[in-house]
Design a protein around this ligand. Structure first.
Ligand code: SF4
Length: 488
């Protein structure tokens, strides 16, 4: 049954499409069971701190398309992350040996006047300015709470500007208030690409594999090369021409289905590119399953078996040594949903204990609906139960949890959160590169990094001695999820 509807201008939010929630505490196994039997409900908090926004996640996908521009139709404050995207863009260009250039980002600067009288005129001016300054092939227009509340007809203006400028001007509906799940912003950006950028395949390339990722190191050129395949990394650092031709690929893989679920499903349903449906390629069991499914989809089963055997043999001596040294070390994991599951797999594969994990949201299902892609169930089946919680970056809950559990190491993927482990004097390891832990070599990467971190605790201990937490003793003695309601 089709699940991706490209006839609508707006992507359905994850709460309604995937049954996603932002509050849970219990075990990983119970969360999987309740996701399947329909009993899992959102649990609202009676107190929250700030979180992330879908506008940011949408922009992070389109801001680094090399020949596109982005107009953020919003008050200037919504563009607070532009500097960060520019940094990522320049770092990515440097890594690839390209000429450094700034990201092509503009903000329409909605102010009080526009909130009363409408911001359509400013949006048109900003779009024209983007065309003049950057000469892009496509202009993406991202919306905001303000543009949504005042009801600017952004989609209509984009159509008008497409006519006027002669290039696609594509609206992305990602108002922060639309969804509590900021990953909806990824879907909104992909919805726009699927609807307005991609074209049906004129030819097929049996070697080409779309790899939906953020901006990690290139590890697939080598791994896929040994299978006679070629990775096509999307969406950051692509061109509009590359995106138009995603439909030519033999398959789509994702390193994190929290990121790519919508685009991969859309590619399969509307453009006939099969999605590799498997747990994420982290930890040996997940990596085996992921490569075997890729082999099945592309007819490379024999080559995949050779690759698996070679890689396992290669890493075996160092892996055994790491397991011996890390046995029983307690690691706490915090990350986006599926990446968090993947990190648990890595830790358990290294022989470590996981006294707790906290992910930023939970999707009851993925867009393809195939249970083989259920990465949390995969972790429970392969490695056993894990105490598990879902909190959308509520620092007060995380600090309380960490303070109680006092793990030997805190492993986190988002930089705003890593500081809490360090302030508590817990050796903390921040890794933004999603490919660092991927595959067989990823296990060794993580093992070495964890060892390095736990054997050098002096800095965080010193930091903790000189830090006063913003949370009181009263709060730290409460149950960490005291403000989480019981659910509808
Ligand atoms: S779109 Fe809304 S939630 Fe997002 S940054 Fe702007 S005001 Fe904040």
């Amino acid at each position: 049954m089709p699940t991706i509807n490209l006839n609508t201008a707006e992507v359905p939010i994850r709460e309604s499409r995937l049954g996603s929630v932002t509050g849970y505490k219990g075990s990983a196994g119970e969360l999987c069971r309740r996701s399947r039997d329909g009993s899992l409900k959102e649990r609202e908090r009676s107190f929250t701190q700030c979180a992330t926004c879908a506008s940011i996640t949408a922009i992070c996908q389109v801001a680094m398309i090399r020949d596109a521009a982005v107009v953020n139709h919003a008050p200037l404050g919504c563009a607070g992350d532009f500097g960060n995207f520019n940094f990522i863009n320049r770092a990515g260009q440097a890594k690839r040996g390209w000429r450094l250039a700034n990201a092509k980002l503009l903000n329409s600067n909605l102010d009080e006047q526009d909130i009363v009288f409408g911001g359509g005129g400013k949006l048109k001016d900003a779009v024209r300015e983007a065309k003049t300054r950057f000469a892009p092939k496509v202009i993406f227009v991202t919306t905001s709470c303000a543009s949504g509340i005042i009801g600017d007809d952004v989609a209509g203006i984009c159509e008008e500007m497409t006519e006027e400028l002669g290039i696609p001007v594509v609206s992305i509906s990602c108002e922060g208030f639309r969804s509590q799940i900021w990953a909806t912003g990824f879907d909104a950006a992909y919805h726009a690409i699927l609807r307005r950028v991609m074209k049906p395949a004129a030819t097929r390339r049996p070697d080409l594999i779309n790899v939906i990722n953020f901006w990690g190191e290139d590890i697939f050129t080598d791994l896929f090369g040994r299978l006679g395949l070629t990775p096509n990394y999307v969406v950051p650092f692509t061109t509009i021409g590359q995106l138009e031709r995603l439909s030519e690929a033999a398959a789509t893989v994702q390193v994190c289905s929290t990121l790519g679920t919508y685009l991969a499903a859309g590619l399969e349903e509307h453009f006939g590119v099969p999605e590799v449906k498997a747990p994420s390629p982290y930890g040996i069991a997940g990596t085996d399953a992921w490569f075997r499914e890729l082999g099945r989809v592309t007819g490379k089963e024999a080559e995949v078996e050779v690759l698996i055997a070679e890689e396992k043999e290669r890493i075996a001596p160092e892996l055994a040594e790491l397991r011996e040294r890390l046995a029983g070390v307690r690691g706490f994991v915090s990350a986006g949903a599926v990446h968090g599951h993947s990190l648990i797999a890595i830790l358990r594969e290294l022989g470590m204990e996981v006294p707790g994990a906290c992910v930023w949201h939970h999707d009851k299902r993925l867009d393809h609906g195939d249970p083989r892609g259920d990465s949390l169930q995969h972790v429970v089946t392969e490695y056993g139960e894990v105490p598990f919680s879902v909190c959308n970056k509520q620092s007060f809950e995380l600090v309380n949890l960490l303070n109680r559990l006092r793990p030997d190491i805190f492993i986190v993927r988002h930089n705003g959160m890593a500081v809490w482990g360090a302030k508590l004097g817990i050796p903390t390891f921040l890794m933004g590169d999603e490919h660092f832990g991927l595959g067989y070599e990823g296990l060794l990467n993580y093992g070495r990094k964890i060892l390095d971190t736990i054997t050098n605790p002096a800095f965080v201990r010193n930091l903790a001695r000189h830090t006063r937490l913003p949370y009181t003793e009263w709060w730290l003695s409460q149950e960490p999820f005291a403000f989480l309601g019981e659910g509808a």
